[in-house]
Write a protein that binds this ligand. Structure first.
Ligand code: SF4
Length: 632
């Protein structure tokens, strides 16, 4: 097919074993069923990844993908997706960020990296030239040093995505970090690249992205810009980023303390004030590719040794939770110092914070002693100890080795008494406490989605009336019968609602657009109009929801094929057995039967088997996935 616009029209395959590459035309049937980016990645993963194979074997593929709007002038259209066989076994490895779009300018919608290089290697993609650069001298260097050295060699207009020592050592929570701040985090993305001896991927593109109907596209883009500019919270989003809701969330009790033993209330703001952050810690805005919002931050704090730390941070809310509230470390400068250490080592912030808070609780309960931890005293709120643990996890040194395979395996190694304190689902640390607010789809979906926590931002994060949820459902175009299943006179079914908020987020994800509220508040129909104008393929809002649905069928099919079961869609037992105090409030444990009922509602709304969560064979046949769905 000759693509009229939006798509570059090509998949670049790179084999590190043979140091060869080739391109393949983007198959039209994949765009019809899965639109692009994360959707086509999921379909390729089912086809290319052998069932039950070793995630660190050379034949694993790291599949990068960009949706049809990436690289166009549509606001926020810079999001890329990485899909791979994760070290977390039967759960598909998926991750995304907003700084991989240069691949589109180089002429590709997708990049598939396979094989294993004999020596440490940098893959360099510069338009249609692919080269394999020796990275022997970069091996062992941290993410910041590596990025600077590649920029010195290839120029700082090249986007550098690299691993640090954690990825080299195949640490399960290793990330892959672009331009020092945008992380393909969680699910061991960095470990997979490390297993391939791939230190970095450097991308430079000089081409543009064509659009099929220029006039129509400009009109749609202008409408999106105008609506975005009229958002009264836009400047606050730029100033505070994901901290915009910090005060509200703190008052709600959403910030877990000491590995979910308790929760902070509004008192948290005495240590983590938003004005203190904006006035004393933040020194500038950072944006993803093509984003006029720029909700990320340049920050500056004194280093522990008197030096100065300056870095860019994508999600400050996650940094504050991971190294701050989870570990009871209550100071902006201290958590930034921890983030600097983790970014240099190439570790995912959230997962690493979960691991260290788990170890600290074991220490508190005397399930670990200094003898087990090589003499480290894992006391709550000790920034020095947290930074030392980050270093030891990344290098698998001493006790760090015990934590290097993620929470679930760490608990298996440390003994059955430790398992109740591993606050994980599908191996990944939980971010928000469902005892505090199960009615949020962002919180509920931590347990039902295919990977463990994935951002599923929706209106339901804070308390909503049934009427407000009904209006949301109408806004995204749901019919009265569907709304009737979700909303009743006295409440709503978060399991069923979750299906639809996931689909809305994924529709944006497939286009390659940011799913944060300033963008999600814009009408889906207008995003569909931009897609139609860019690609020349008529697309409506319900088409976007349909391809999003297909994405979840494909992802779930992968997990089922690899042995995942309904029993994996659950909470840590602590949430069913203990209440959680948050200042003067206390939240009751969840009812397990009620929670399981919500999971079944979610499956039913997706059209999956209510008991097993399996997508029906007829749907898989229609999507061309039936053969790839077969178990070994
Ligand atoms: S709003 Fe923030 S996360 Fe979204 S594209 Fe812009 S800078 Fe990136």
């Amino acid at each position: 097919m000759k693509w009229r616009g939006g798509y570059a029209g090509a998949i670049l395959h790179v084999d590190l074993t043979t140091r060869t590459y080739h391109t393949e035309p983007l198959p039209e049937e994949l765009t019809t069923r899965f639109l692009g980016g994360a959707g086509i990645n999921a379909a390729l993963a089912l086809k290319l990844l052998q069932p039950g194979a070793d995630p660190f074997a050379p034949d694993n593929c790291a599949i990068f993908g960009l949706g049809p709007l990436v690289g166009t002038m549509v606001p926020g259209a810079g999001k890329g997706n990485l899909t791979t066989r994760s070290p977390y076994g039967r759960f598909l490895g998926i991750s995304g960020h907003g700084r991989f779009g240069a691949l589109k300018y180089a002429g590709y919608d997708h990049l598939v990296v396979t094989g294993r290089a004999e020596r440490p290697t940098v893959i360099s993609v510069a338009d249609d030239r692919v080269s394999f650069l020796d990275a022997t001298e970069l091996w062992g260097q941290d993410v910041f040093e590596t990025t600077d050295k590649i920029w010195a060699q290839l120029g700082d207009r090249t986007d550098v995505t690299c691993i640090g020592p954690a990825g080299e050592n195949r640490v399960y929570d290793a990330a892959l970090i672009t331009n020092k701040y945008a992380a393909f985090a969680r699910a061991g993305m960095g470990a997979v690249l490390g297993s391939k001896n791939c230190k970095a991927i450097a991308v430079y593109g000089t081409g543009g992205v064509r659009v099929a109907d220029r006039k129509r596209f400009l009109k749609a883009s202008r409408s999106l810009f105008d609506l975005l500019r009229s958002d009264r919270n836009l400047l606050e989003w730029r100033r505070l980023g994901t901290l915009i809701s910090l005060e509200t969330f703190a008052e709600m009790g959403l910030y877990a303390k000491k590995n979910f033993q308790s929760a902070y209330d509004g008192g948290l703001l005495e240590s983590f004030g938003v004005e203190e952050f904006a006035g004393q810690i933040k020194e500038g805005d950072v944006a993803c590719m093509g984003c006029p919002v720029g909700c990320k931050h340049h920050v500056r704090v004194p280093g522990a040794d008197g030096s100065e730390i300056r870095m860019a941070v994508s999600c400050m809310n996650a940094v504050m939770q991971s190294f701050g509230t989870f570990c009871a470390l209550e100071s902006w400068p201290e958590v930034v110092r921890c983030a600097d250490q983790a970014a240099r080592m190439g570790l995912d912030f959230m997962s690493t914070g979960s691991l260290i808070s788990f170890a600290m609780e074991l220490y508190q309960r005397e399930l670990l002693t200094p003898e087990d931890t090589d003499g480290l005293h894992l006391e709550w709120g000790d920034g020095e100890v947290i930074r030392e643990m980050i270093r030891r996890i990344a290098t698998r040194q001493g006790f760090g080795e015990r934590l290097a395979q993620g929470l679930e395996r760490a608990a298996q190694q440390l003994g059955p008494k430790t398992a109740p304190y591993a606050m994980q689902t599908k191996g990944l640390g939980v971010l928000y406490d469902p005892r505090v607010r199960l009615g949020s789809t962002e919180i509920f979906s931590q347990f039902t989605n295919v990977r463990g926590y994935i951002s599923n931002v929706s209106v339901a994060m804070v308390e909503r009336t049934p009427e407000q949820i009904r209006r949301y459902c109408e806004k995204i175009g749901l019919d009265p019968e569907t709304i009737g299943r979700i909303v009743s006179a006295d409440g709503y079914d978060v399991g069923r609602l979750n299906k639809w908020t996931e689909d809305v987020c994924s529709a944006m994800e497939l286009l390659g657009v940011c799913m944060f509220p300033p963008f999600q508040r814009l009408p889906l129909e207008l995003w569909a109009e931009a897609c139609s104008a860019a690609t020349g393929i008529e697309t409506r809002a319900d088409d976007l929801l349909r391809v999003a649905e297909n994405l979840w069928h494909a992802r779930r099919t992968y997990n089922i094929r690899e042995g995942a079961e309904a029993v994996d869609d659950t909470c840590p037992e602590r949430f069913f057995s203990e209440s959680v105090p948050a200042g003067s409030k206390s939240f009751e444990p969840l009812s397990k039967p009620a929670f399981q009922g919500l999971v079944r509602s979610y499956y039913a709304e997706r059209g999956w088997n209510e008991v097993t969560g399996e997508p029906p064979a007829a749907v898989l046949r229609e999507l061309g996935l039936l053969e790839a769905a077969q178990r070994p």
